[in-house]
Design a protein around this ligand. Structure first.
Ligand code: ADE
Ligand code: ZN
Length: 354
């Protein structure tokens, strides 16, 4: 069985996915036409040509520009529905979607348009594709704490539809501690917490995310490797990292995939999961990330199986839902072993001494 077929068949959860980052150039142009907006790109090729990034900030500039075509509930539905179609084909059974309310409310789009549109696609995905999902409301860290507090107040009518809060956008110079109070408020309202940390920011940001924001998972987190005691802590405490290999190469966190540290982190006992981050911008959806990482780092079927299992266990699904999906992962592992049994080392021929 080839890597792609095996990785596709593994039931997976995608836990680090910015729904605005799934906006393919074709849909961007279609929504611009529908909403009578002028883009600086004449066609799809021109949009794709602009996707050369020097780092996180140069990506974010174009990502916020693209997101400006999203205006109505229908736009958000169409965006998420297109993602779910792709995810289902990749063997994703559960997805936890980040969305950035401030990117939209700053442009005068009501939060209700965003949430209702996403929710309509989520309901359809569960019914028509068998893919479950949850929403994670992210605060933009380049904006102020007061802006994050105001956003959380605006989100109050929708809190029953939101599983967690997150923290994204420009990392350097915007440490997690800036958002300690709004995260405490969200947790006191029963929401879970995650945060981007250790993508471009230092290992200390990962520690702040754990200690001050009390996150259940760290998004990216790969710069933890610069502090061995932190790697040991992540492994000991079972903190999942939502790693995004293709994103990390596109944004120059690693020079190429062969030098990515995800395999080393796995071998040190860290609960690594694989995800696509902003797939329309980084050249691949979640299955592409599994396959590219497997090829570049010589990941074994057992590695892939472990990554898929980690993704289910690190999700915010209930214990019962996780057990059902892990059961399905076990079956795929067993079928693989039947089709392609691991070669046992041949017993050394007994030396016949005369
Ligand atoms: N927003 C969308 N993608 C992001 C990333 N990789 N890091 C920080 N903020 C983001
Ligand atoms: Zn991200």
């Amino acid at each position: 069985m080839d890597v792609e077929a095996f990785a596709r068949r593994l039931p997976k959860a995608e836990l680090h996915l910015h729904i605005e980052g799934t906006l393919e150039p074709e849909l961007m142009l279609r929504l611009a036409r529908r909403n009578k907006l002028k883009l600086r790109f004449p066609d799809v090729e021109a949009v794709r040509r602009a996707y050369r990034f020097q780092g996180l900030q140069s990506f974010l500039d174009i990502y916020y520009e693209g997101a400006a075509v999203l205006r109505t509930q229908r736009d958000f539905h169409d965006l998420a529905w297109a993602y779910f179609g792709r995810a289902a084909k990749d063997g994703v059974r559960h997805a936890e979607l980040f969305f950035d309310p401030q990117t939209h409310t700053q442009r005068g789009v009501a939060l209700g348009e965003v949430v209702e549109g996403l929710e309509a696609a989520m309901t359809r995905a569960r019914r028509e594709l068998g893919v479950t999902s949850k929403l994670i409301l992210c605060f933009l860290r380049h904006l102020s704490e007061e802006a994050a507090q105001a956003t959380f107040s605006q989100a109050r009518p929708y809190l029953d539809r939101i599983a967690a809060v997150g923290l994204d956008s420009s990392e350097k110079g915007h440490p997690p501690r800036k958002f300690e109070r709004v995260f405490a408020r969200a947790r006191s309202e029963g929401l879970l917490a995650v945060a981007h940390a250790g993508e471009e920011g230092p290992p200390g940001y990962v520690e702040e995310a754990l200690d001050l924001l009390k996150v259940r998972r760290v998004d990216h987190g790969v710069r933890c490797a610069e502090k061995p005691a932190l790697v040991e802590r992540l492994a000991r405490e079972g903190v999942p990292l939502t790693v995004c290999p293709l994103s990390n190469v596109k944004l120059k966190v690693f020079p190429d995939l062969a030098r990515h540290n995800l395999k080393a982190l796995l071998s040190r006992g860290v609960r690594v999961t694989l995800n696509s981050d902003d797939p329309a911008y980084f050249g691949g959806y979640v299955l592409d990330n599994y396959v590219a990482a497997a090829r570049a780092l010589a990941l074994s079927p057992l590695h892939l199986w472990t990554l898929a299992r980690n993704s289910i266990e690190a999700s915010f699904l209930s214990g019962q839902e996780k057990r059902a999906l892990v059961g399905d992962i076990m079956k795929v592992g067993a079928a693989y072993e039947d089709a392609d049994p691991p070669r046992r080392p041949r017993r050394a021929a007994r030396s016949r001494r005369s």
